[in-house]
Each structure stands twice: as structure tokens, then as C-alpha cells.
Design a protein around this ligand. Structure first.
Ligand code: CMC
Length: 367
């Protein structure tokens, strides 16, 4: 039978994450994602995914220092970023930046896959922020609290509030890895042809960009902010459902009984809403959640409450999906490395539904 969208197809073995298996829940290399999001930093999780084990104190410190040293970009890359249109989508900027870095610092020539993984974890945030600040070089300060802190500091050019930093750190952990999602699968397909690391990451960024995958967090935000209060949200969403429109941030291919990451993000969104005195975003989001459950039996996925949490932390909507990239690069890197270790070309087949065999007619006789 045809598995449209490859639903239900087991296409690889992995030691990186378990997703949707009843007794295990979502785990990164055996660790519960809830424990990681509540107790670890993004850098610990990045190290776990890319290098296989949680770091000890010294290894973590060395890793943070290595990432800080790897953040600045080659001058040629800043120049390329400055040439991109100001209204380009930052996902296109990251895809282009990743590709350009692959020409400036190609794989091989003394650079192994772990070095490239660390370089991309460090350099993708710089590309995003440099482009956001109109091509200005971003040289980060010492990074006592990691990417979440330095990202918000560089974005707003002032010390961020600790609640926003903790929310972003937890969100980066929740976004870091998710088994054979579309972008990771794209990375593994490209890797399976023995292509280079950067090409695999560019494939993944392109796949993540779409609204059925990572782009859903931006679309969810655009939807939520259309409504000034919960009652108009109820009317607006009901009308959209009547017109059979898709509501971004709801539903999941694997999780049919709820996304285990979603309650964590909801609680961050709630905390930020309370702290900022928000009376619209969170109540509107909750009303949409209740309506979607009542009318469609659909749960929120991670992207839905990420939207209001990011907005309440002052992050502009076009940076939402790029933030997903800055996190998921760790999962992609782990999968590229794993695919290479047990590689076989990924090349499925298709059921042919085209025309019956027919005779070729030369152009002179075709009329
Ligand atoms: N809004 C309205 N209807 C929906 C939605 C939704 N968000 N999601 C699924 N449905 C309906 C869909 O219309 C279909 O109904 P029918 O059978 O009457 O045509 C039914 O549910 C099954 O949908 P499907 O597209 O076949 O299911 P899937 O397993 O292929 O879809 C999904 C998974 C994530 C693509 C889908 O739920 C969706 O489009 N959600 C909105 C986009 C979104 O939030 N994506 C983020 C995914 S999770 C995190 C991430 O990767 O970024």
C-alpha cells in the first residue's frame, strides 16, 4: 500500500531520539526532554546531541569557549550578507549564509564533520544577527549564560530580562531534535549521496522553512495577533474552520494525543504574559486552543505557544523560524554524522500513475 507522506514508514535506525513511543516519550540520547528543558542549558544539550554524551563541567566550559571563538564570520561572509535584500526572509539569509560558508571553509582540508558542526552551531546565530543589524559584524561578549542570553543581548542591544533568557534557553532545548522530521530527513537524504555537510544543512533549512514544519511558529503568530480579544478569536477561527483552512500550530504527524513539548512552552508563555501584564496574546491563544480541541480534536504542537512566548520576549516574528534553525542545527548535525556512520543511499520508489506507453512523434509531424 502507498504510504503517502511516508506516514508510518520506519526509514532509519537512530540512537539520537525517541519520538512518540508510548513507554519512552521524547528523549534525547535517553534523557527525558522535560528533564533537559528544566535542568540543562542549550549548550549542554547541543554537546549531548553532537558529541554523544552530556559534558562534565570542564568539557562544558571548553565547549562554550570554543563556540564563542567560532562565532565571528569571515569578512567575505559579512560582505555577502550585506548584499542580500533588506526584505529577504531571514530563513533565506541563513540558507545562503550556510551555503556561502561552505565555499569559504569547505569540508575536508583539515576540517572534519565535528569541527563543521561546532562552527555552524556558533556561526548561524552570527549570520542571523549580523543580517538583522544590517550587516554589522557581531562579535559576542564572553558568554556566561550561552546562546539564549547572548542572542537576546545582541538583538535588543541591552541586558535581557532573566525570564526571557530562561524561556529562550528552554525553547532552544525543545526545538533541538525530533527524529525523522521533514528537515532532518532532508539532511539525511542529501548526506546519503555522500554530499558535504553544508549541502545537507542547506537542504534541511529549506525544508524547515515551510509552514507545515518550522514556518508554523511564524504563521501561528500572524494568526494570533489578528485578534484583539478571545471572543473575536473564537469567531475568526470558527470561520476559518468552516472554510476548511488549516490552523498553524495545531496537529502533528506523530503525536495524536498531544505534543509533550507543548505544555512546557505554554507554561513559559503564561509566565511571560503574567510578568508583562499581557491581557491579549495569552488569553487569545488559550481560547484558540480550547476551540480547536472542541471542534477538531486537535492539540497544540510546540510551535503554537512558542509564538506568544517569543513575542512576549520581544523577538520579531520573522526571526521565529530562524531561531528554530539555531537550535535544530544540533539535531541535524547529529543525524548527518549518524547517517554517515551507517550509510546507504536513500532512494525510495514511486507508484507510476502517468500515461500509458505511447509512440514518440517527431516534431515535424506533431503539427
Ligand atoms: N488545522 C486544521 N485542520 C487540520 C490541522 C490543522 N492544523 N492539522 C490537521 N488537520 C486536519 C486535516 O485537514 C485533515 O482533515 P481531513 O482528513 O478532513 O482532510 C486531517 O486533520 C489530517 O491532516 P493531515 O495533513 O493528513 O495530517 P498529517 O499527519 O499529515 O499532518 C501536520 C500533520 C503537522 C502537517 C498538520 O497537522 C498541519 O498542517 N498542522 C499545521 C502546521 C503546523 O502546525 N506544523 C508544525 C508541526 S510540529 C513542529 C514543527 O515541525 O515545526
Amino acid at each position: 500500500m502507498l504510504a503517502t507522506g511516508l506516514e508510518g514508514v520506519v526509514a532509519a535506525e537512530t540512537a539520537i531520539a525517541t519520538v512518540g513511543q508510548e513507554s519512552l516519550g521524547l528523549r534525547y540520547r535517553g534523557y527525558s526532554v522535560v528533564d533537559l528543558a528544566e535542568g540543562a542549558s542549550f549548550e549542554e544539550v547541543a554537546y549531548l546531541l553532537v558529541h554523544g554524551e552530556l559534558p562534565g563541567r570542564q568539557a562544558l566550559e571548553a565547549y562554550r569557549e570554543r563556540l564563542a571563538a567560532l562565532r565571528p564570520l569571515p569578512e567575505a561572509l559579512y560582505a555577502i550578507l550585506r548584499l542580500l535584500p533588506a526584505d529577504a526572509h531571514p530563513m533565506d539569509v541563513l540558507r545562503t549564509g550556510c551555503s556561502a560558508l561552505g565555499t569559504l571553509e569547505p569540508e575536508g582540508a583539515g576540517r572534519d564533520q565535528y569541527a563543521i558542526a561546532d562552527r555552524l552551531v556558533a556561526a548561524l546565530p552570527t549570520m542571523l544577527l549580523a543580517w538583522h543589524h544590517a550587516g554589522r559584524s557581531w562579535v559576542p561578549h564572553a558568554e556566561p549564560s550561552g546562546l539564549a542570553h547572548s542572542f537576546l543581548l545582541a538583538l535588543h542591544e541591552r541586558e535581557p530580562d532573566p525570564l526571557s533568557v530562561r524561556m529562550l534557553d528552554a525553547s532552544l532545548i525543545l526545538y533541538a531534535e525530533h527524529e525523522l522530521n521533514a528537515s532532518t530527513f532532508a539532511a539525511r537524504v542529501t548526506t546519503s549521496t555522500l554530499s558535504d555537510f553544508y549541502s545537507a544543512v542547506c537542504s534541511a533549512i529549506g525544508a524547515l522553512r515551510g509552514p507545515l514544519h518550522g514556518g508554523a511558529n511564524e504563521e501561528a503568530m500572524r494568526l494570533i495577533e489578528r485578534f484583539p480579544d478571545p471572543d473575536s478569536a473564537e469567531r475568526g477561527i470558527s470561520e476559518m474552520l468552516r472554510c476548511r483552512e488549516r490552523i498553524m500550530g495545531f496537529g502533528h504527524r506523530i503525536y495524536k494525543h498531544g505534543d509533550p513539548r507543548s505544555p512546557l512552552m505554554k507554561s513559559w508563555s503564561h509566565r511571560l504574559a503574567e510578568a508583562s501584564g499581557d491581557r491579549v496574546l495569552f488569553p487569545v491563544s488559550e481560547r484558540i486552543e480550547a476551540l480547536m480541541w472542541r471542534e477538531k480534536g486537535l492539540h497544540t504542537n510546540l510551535d503554537f505557544y512558542s509564538a506568544s512566548a517569543y513575542r512576549l520576549a520581544g523577538i520579531p516574528t520573522p526571526l521565529f523560524t530562524p531561531l528554530f534553525v539555531l537550535s535544530r542545527i544540533t539535531g541535524w548535525a547529529a543525524h548527518i554524522i549518524e547517517q554517515r556512520a551507517h550509510n546507504r543511499l536513500i532512494r525510495p520508489s514511486a507508484a507510476y500513475v502517468g500515461p500509458e506507453p505511447r509512440a514518440f512523434v517527431p516534431i515535424e509531424q506533431r503539427g
